[in-house]
Design a binder for this molecule. Structure first.
Ligand SMILES: C[S@@+](CC[C@H](N)C(=O)[O-])C[C@H]1O[C@@H](n2cnc3c(N)ncnc32)[C@H](O)[C@@H]1O
Length: 202
C-alpha cells in the first residue's frame, strides 16, 4: 500500500516555527556550506537562490561577504521575517514568500543552495524538485548543498531520508555530477549522514 503523507503547506511550516518544532535549525551557517561559499568569487556576483531557506543563515553569510544577488524563498513568513530582522539591510525584494515549485526562471540563477529543504518535501515531489532546480538554473549553473543519506524510519512528517542511489536517479537527467559523496565536515549530529552534492546543469 502506498504511504500517504499530509500536505506540508505554509500553515504546517508556520505552525512548526510558532511551536518551536524547528530541530533542523543550526542557528548558524553550517561548515560544508561555509567552506563552499568561501571559495566563490564575489567579483562575479552570481545570482544565488536558497529555496526553503528557513532562517537563512547562509543568506546572511553571503550578504555579509558582499554577494548582492542572493534570493531566499520560503512559504513560511516567520522564516523570512527572521532574516529581515537579523539583517535589516538584506534587500526586501530578495525575500521571496513563494512556493519553490512556482518560482520563475527569468532571469535564471547561477547557483542554487540546498540544505534540509529536499528532506522537508513530500518524497513524491523529489523528481519535481530536481526538474525545478534544473529549470531555474542557467546552463552550466550549479546546484550544491547537502542531502540526508540516512533512513529516518517510517515517519509521517519531515525530515524524510533516502539514499545516494535513490537521489542519483532524480538528478541524472538534468545534471553532471561533480561531487556526490559523504560530507567530511558536517555538523556533529549529522556526521556521516549527509551527502555533499555539487551538480552542474547540463
Ligand atoms: C526543514 S526547514 C529547513 C530550513 C532551512 N533550509 C534550514 O536548513 O534551516 C524546511 C523549510 O522549507 C520551507 N518550505 C517547505 N515547502 C516549501 C515550498 N514548497 N516552497 C518554499 N519553501 C518551502 C519551510 O517553510 C521551511 O522553512
Amino acid at each position: 500500500m502506498q504511504t500517504v503523507f499530509t500536505d506540508f503547506d505554509a500553515a504546517y511550516w508556520q505552525a512548526r516555527y510558532a511551536t518551536g518544532r524547528d530541530g533542523w535549525d543550526a542557528h548558524a551557517i553550517t561548515p560544508p556550506l561555509q567552506a563552499y561559499f568561501d571559495q566563490l568569487d564575489v567579483a562575479r556576483q552570481p545570482r544565488i537562490l536558497i529555496p526553503g531557506a528557513g532562517r537563512a543563515y547562509e543568506a546572511e553569510y553571503l550578504h555579509q561577504r558582499g554577494f548582492r544577488h542572493v534570493f531566499v524563498a520560503d512559504i513560511a513568513p516567520e522564516a523570512l521575517a527572521a532574516l529581515a530582522q537579523r539583517v535589516p539591510d538584506f534587500p526586501k525584494e530578495h525575500l521571496l514568500l513563494a512556493d519553490f515549485f512556482g518560482l520563475p526562471n527569468d532571469p535564471p540563477y547561477d547557483l542554487i543552495v540546498e540544505q534540509t529543504f529536499f528532506c522537508a518535501l513530500n518524497p513524491a515531489l523529489r523528481p519535481a524538485y530536481a526538474r525545478q532546480c534544473a529549470h531555474l538554473l542557467r546552463p552550466g549553473g550549479t546546484l550544491m548543498g547537502l542531502l540526508f543519506d540516512t533512513d529516518f524510519g517510517s515517519v509521517q512528517e519531515p525530515p524524510f531520508g533516502g539514499s545516494q542511489e535513490e537521489y542519483r536517479a532524480y538528478f541524472t537527467p538534468y545534471f553532471e555530477f561533480r561531487h556526490f559523496e559523504t560530507a567530511t565536515n558536517s555538523l556533529k549530529p549529522r556526521q556521516g549522514r549527509e551527502l555533499f552534492i555539487c551538480l552542474k546543469k547540463k
